[in-house]
Ligand binder design. Structure first.
Ligand SMILES: [Cu+2]
Length: 175
């Protein structure tokens, strides 16, 4: 081995050390991001250009509950047309409608639009999946299977966790 080769070896060694150092810095940064789960919704499923984030179902006090999640879309506009779950034969997509001082909810027969390159969030007081005739009580820590069908992207299955949430106003389904 001549001197030229040795110098080249030293250079490669130095470059490798620099690369190793950068990898450690990158890993440290990623670690910080991973700790920040309190504010960052967790993606649980994807179908086509759609990502489903942070799905949850409210604990029950009777045979009615609701499912919530966020749909992020990195493609063209789509529509959530139906939801199924094994905990009930009846799941409907609902919106809240305010007229005067009262707000009530109603089914969205044409589904819920997911804007192109945008997102829509189902949450208490807003859009939700109404689940009626729930077969057995849901408590914190339980999980619920959901099957979402979108007009363009198709169907995706996922698991939602059960947690406490405020009971919705306008819950009177009989009116
Ligand atoms: Cu509802």
């Amino acid at each position: 081995m001549n001197a030229r080769f040795l110098r080249r070896g030293a250079l490669f060694g130095a470059l490798a050390l620099v690369a190793f150092g950068l990898a450690i810095v990158a890993a440290a940064c990623n670690g910080d991001d991973d700790d920040d789960t309190g504010t960052t919704p967790i993606p649980v499923a994807t179908v086509g250009k759609l990502t489903i984030l942070d799905p949850w179902v409210r604990t029950t006090t009777n045979d009615v509950t609701a499912a919530y999640f966020t749909v992020k879309n990195s493609g063209p506009a789509d529509t959530l047309v139906s939801v199924k779950t094994s905990i009930s034969p009846m799941a409907q997509i609902h919106e809240m409608v305010t007229s005067g001082a009262t707000s009530s909810m109603q089914e969205m027969p044409n589904g819920l639009d997911v804007p192109a390159n945008g997102e829509v969030t189902l949450k208490p007081g807003g859009y939700h999946v109404m689940v009626m005739n729930v077969k057995s009580a849901l408590k914190e820590g339980d999980s619920v299977d959901l099957e979402l069908t979108f007009k363009n992207a198709g169907t995706v299955k996922l698991t939602a966790h059960v947690q406490k949430g405020e009971a919705m106003s306008g819950m009177d389904m009989g009116k």
